[in-house]
Unconditional design. Structure first.
Length: 349
């Protein structure tokens, strides 16, 4: 064999290694979720690897619901932006908001801080924008600065949450759906201007009419809205049933816990900005709320961030939240691949 043939064989072997052996796949000690993908060698380019192994990457995401990409030298917002831009969908603007957040850099469009929520408080698990008529199929988190203490992004497999909920309660939600109610008051919770990203009431009315949302402007600074959606969906690719909603996150009892009220107390009206009921308007009982909480807690996993970690979730298969923290923390987030009720199937009895 001449030198040229040897060189070609070496190059061919190197190409095979680059496709198959540049990463290690493993699990954290907490269990089989999420799947961790790490570089086998220093200097492996994450963007290049994902582009060359996109089919395998998406299959792993569909199987596990969430991936943790660790050790790929992602150190800056630009690094994360480059990774986000490597997919076929530009990051989506955060509209019809449920929590405050801001773009980290106008040059990196629609990449936000994960939330402006107070650092000492927890954020319950939820699927991003599942209360909305439209959402993103994938949500990405990138840890640019781990907190001194806490600050984890807890996650849970929404298929397992669904399976853990009492079947009678699941069937009740399948039959009735979920009614969302929000009270948007300036300087009390979130204002309608922030939620709808406009100061024009006519724009709000148009959006509500287009999305079958009932609305009532109590005053220029107070808007009441409500709408009905399914609680259980079928994933458009895997065809699996999944618990995809904000029933637990928006329920009044979650707010009771947040402000330290006993479940039996009567809360002042201005403290309860959101609530969820069954789609026919009947209340979700405390026992039913606690059953949902039990199912979430049963399957929630959390792990300490390392700088540069990227959590990549299928938003319909995995829920996420945030633990309280101390010190500085910077986690960037982006949402990609638009989806919505006109594109995705709900599951009814």
């Amino acid at each position: 064999m001449n030198n040229l043939s040897k060189l070609k064989n070496i190059q061919s072997s190197a190409a095979a290694i680059s496709d198959q052996s540049l990463v290690v796949k493993e699990f954290l000690p907490i269990g089989q979720f999420p799947l961790v993908i790490k570089p086998r060698f220093k200097g492996v380019d994450l963007v290049d690897w994902v582009k060359k192994n996109r089919t395998e990457f998406e299959e792993e995401l569909l199987l596990h619901g969430g991936l943790l990409l660790r050790g790929f030298d992602i150190g800056t917002l630009d690094d994360f932006g480059r990774f986000v831009d490597s997919f076929d969908s530009a990051p989506l603007a955060y509209m019809f908001r449920s929590s405050p957040r801001h773009e980290l850099d106008k040059k990196v469009k629609n990449v936000y801080n994960s939330t402006d929520y107070p650092k000492g408080e927890s954020i319950n698990l939820h699927n991003e924008s599942s209360y909305s008529r439209s959402w993103g199929m994938k949500i990405l988190f990138c840890c640019l600065q781990p907190a001194e203490q806490g600050g984890e992004t807890p996650i849970a497999d929404s298929r397992k949450i669904l399976a853990a909920i009492d079947p009678g309660l699941v069937n009740k939600f399948k039959a009735k759906g979920v009614l969302y109610k929000r009270s948007l008051i300036k300087d009390v919770g979130m204002s309608w201007q922030e939620v709808f990203q406009t100061t024009d009431q006519k724009v709000v009315e148009k959006v509500c009419n287009q999305n079958d949302i009932r609305y009532n402007f109590i005053s220029d600074e107070h808007l009441e809205i409500e709408w009905v959606k399914p609680a259980v969906y079928q994933h458009p690719v895997s065809k699996e049933a999944t618990w995809f909603n904000h029933v637990y996150f928006f329920n009044k009892y979650a707010r009771y816990e947040e402000v330290g009220l006993a479940y039996t107390e009567k809360a002042p009206a201005d403290l309860i900005h959101t609530d969820t009921l069954f789609g026919d308007g009947t209340a979700i009982s405390l026992a039913e709320y606690l059953e949902l909480k039990r199912a979430y807690n049963l399957h929630t996993v959390a792990f300490k961030y390392e700088k540069g970690d990227i959590i990549y979730l299928d938003n319909m298969l995995s829920a996420h939240g945030r633990n309280p923290y101390a010190g500085k923390r910077l986690v960037a987030t982006a949402i990609i691949e638009p989806a919505g009720d006109n594109l995705t199937s709900s599951i009814n009895l």
